[in-house]
Design a protein around this ligand. Structure first.
Ligand code: DAH
Length: 340
């Protein structure tokens, strides 16, 4: 009689265990059979009503079934927990197609973008990039560039001196001298970098950037300079851009020129940006003065060269029609963001 009830409870309990689909259901089953008022617990309690002669056998059987059922619950618990964990791992995988976190993203400053663009154009023409010191000897900034003691550019109102022989360079042309001292012709380099002058207004800043160019080889002429800068202007501004050379004077070039650019805003018609002339001044350039070549140990009978120096801020302002250089230094991100 009791044995039959035990078999029946055991069978239903095992069936319910294997039917449970999660640990919550399994726990309900456990309460229903093994809990304080559970069906199997009731059988244990009924042992006291069993005739004494049958007690040992009934007790033994009940105990075996209890151990067996507890084992079944433990096994089911383990496998349900593993399955639930696997399901959670599956559910929580990262969906890379979700829209991105809309946080703040940094960007390069427009002056850096323009500098990189200019450098890239010259790299594409086969130039290499050289660096020069910003704290410079007066010799490299002036003497070796044929700028004599009494030249106005050397005046304290035009130059930040550290000692009377050391200064913050006023032009990247100083890097030309280092290049000629260390490289042998043919030379074809550009040198971007910061320069310093005590100026501060809408079109001048005490620190600004230049890109120097220097080419030295046999038979270099002004036509090579014109062709190079014309090609540069077409790539940097637009393919219909024209350049023109105007006579100028720099101690380190002979002849010297200013290179003008047809106004990128009105394409030569005349507008506010070019003050009605159709032309904008872009940079200074020329044929390297033979005296400069000789001072740096290059044979001026065999070699000639051209050089140019371009302002990065100026090129940026011309390209984007920016009226005031200070807009590029104030660093108001609302202004800078439009160049991204
Ligand atoms: N260094 C000159 C300046 O800062 C620019 C310049 C003119 C550079 C002529 C050159 C050059 O290399 O040939 O105004």
């Amino acid at each position: 009689m009791l044995n039959q009830r035990i078999d029946s409870v055991k069978a239903r309990c095992l069936e319910a265990v294997s039917a449970a689909i999660d640990s919550r259901q399994l726990n309900d089953v456990k309460v229903r059979f093994l809990g304080k008022n559970g069906e199997f617990t009731a059988l244990l309690k009924s042992l006291k009503d069993v005739p004494p002669a049958e007690k040992p056998a009934a007790g033994k059987l009940l105990n075996e079934v209890r151990v067996m059922l507890e084992g079944a619950f433990a096994d089911a618990e383990t496998s349900l927990r593993l399955a639930e964990k696997a399901a959670r791992v599956e559910r929580e995988t990262l969906d890379v197609t979700l829209s991105r976190y809309d946080g703040k993203q940094g960007a390069l400053h427009p002056l850096t973008l323009v500098k990189n663009e200019i450098v890239d154009i010259f790299l594409g023409m086969g130039y290499s990039v050289v660096d020069g010191p910003e704290v410079e000897y007066a010799y490299y900034n002036f003497e070796a560039l044929n700028i004599p003691e009494d030249h106005p550019a050397r005046d304290v109102i035009d130059t930040f001196y550290i000692t009377d022989k050391i200064l913050l360079r006023t032009q990247t042309s100083a890097a030309q001298v280092h290049t000629m001292e260390t490289l042998k012709p043919p030379i074809r380099v550009i040198s971007p970098g910061k320069v310093y002058r005590p100026d501060d207004d809408a079109t001048h800043s005490p620190m600004f950037q230049q890109i120097e160019g220097l080419v030295i080889d046999e038979h270099i002429t002004l036509a090579d300079l014109k062709g190079t800068l014309d090609e540069f202007a077409k790539r940097f501004f637009s393919s219909d851009t024209k350049t023109r050379l105007r006579p100028s004077h720099f101690p380190f070039t002979e002849p010297s020129v200013e290179v003008d650019l047809s106004c990128p805003m009105c394409h030569g018609e005349g507008c506010r940006l070019c003050k009605g002339t159709g032309w904008l001044e872009l940079l200074g350039a020329g044929i390297v003065n033979p005296a400069v070549l000789e001072m740096s140990g290059i044979d001026s009978k065999k070699y000639s060269g051209f050089a140019f120096g371009m302002g990065v801020e100026r090129a940026t302002m011309v390209k984007y029609g920016i009226p005031d250089m200070r807009l590029l230094f104030d660093n108001d991100v609302r202004y800078l963001r439009q160049f991204r």
